[in-house]
Design a protein around this ligand. Sequence first.
Ligand SMILES: *Cc1c(COP(=O)(O)O)cnc(C)c1O
Length: 405
Amino acid sequence: MNWLKPHRRSILRSLAALPGVGALMPATASAAAAARIGAVDRDVISELGVRTFINAAGTYTSLTASLMPREVWNAMTVASRKYAPLQDLHDAVGARIAELTKSEAALVSAGAASALAIGTAGVIAGTDREKIEQLPDTRGMKNEVIVQKSHRNGYDHAVRNAGIRMIEVETAEELESAIHSRTAMMFFLQSANDTGQIGYEEFAKLGKKHNIPTMIDAAADLPPVENFWKFTKAGFDLAIFSGGKGIKGPQSAGLLLGRKDLIEAGRQNSSPNSNSLGRISKVNKEELVGMMVAVEMFVNRDHAAVWKDWEDQCNRIAGYVKSVKGVTTEIKVPELANMVPHLHVNWDHATVGKTPKDVVKELREGNPSIEVRPGSTEELVVAVWMMQPGQDRIVGQRLGQVLKG
Ligand SMILES: *Cc1c(COP(=O)(O)O)cnc(C)c1O
């Protein structure tokens, strides 16, 4: 990606314009920054000259994904001013999130990826201290995880972190005959539900039938809010969600939901226990309280009103671009993952004279900078759910201008 940076000189100029800073105007940018330490509105990102943008792309980690609501960071700020016994806070936050998500138990992890790793470690090592300390060396433990071939994905590296081997199958018959004494777990990727031969409900049932723990990665599958309990109700022993995607919790948080004994085992395989696999993915009180507030807000919000707002935003953007010759738009909702209204913008490339890639680049390099992902080489997909109020109009206007040329 072409990350544009403002010129250093213009940053210094804008610092010099601040009251009280000009008089001290230091020779270097870092000295200027030092003069601003403590300013309530200190904006470190722009001080450093790093580009910010309107996020019309979606919940991409490399684009910093989502913005926490004020209520979330308020709770984090208040928590940041006091100490608390971390395990007690884990207990209390876990109990509250379990209640909200209708799960037996819940654990806040350092992202969904961390939940995949510590959840798997918990399944394999349980609460046995020696085994916990031995991981990721799984000698003497069950260490095979069965997965449908089409469900293999980059994030399952986190499952493999626990020292397991993935056993790939395609049919239910193959799955059942792959089960033996070293089978530790069965893993399912919800965003691949329509690609494999075994759907999520049958998969959970097969796990129950053979008494093998099942885990589902549903990181990007909220909303709908019902997914918080749909998978555990279907029989999955562990369900995983990202904290910083649709829930808009801390970007560095995730959720491991499910069976009480497995959540407890996951915790023991995790920070703050020093000699554990999960010690590399620490969660502190700020993420704990931030995640809890984000889940409260997500569960209790007016889902129909939020949905209508997303559609309205899509329609407003469509209003700006539809008048351009050769351009058509359509609102679509993905069936799996990021299941919210997206505006698909198509155009006749010859008439407009630009490819979606060209348009993405122009929007990125414009002012304000806007990030959009091309859906395919043929079209542009605008995600509205991570934008701030009012930004839909800016995106619509800019997109209209760029397409008009
Ligand atoms: C985003 C994602 C993850 C990782 O989530 P983090 O919270 O960023 O760790 C894992 N699995 C899937 C399917 C995802 O979409």
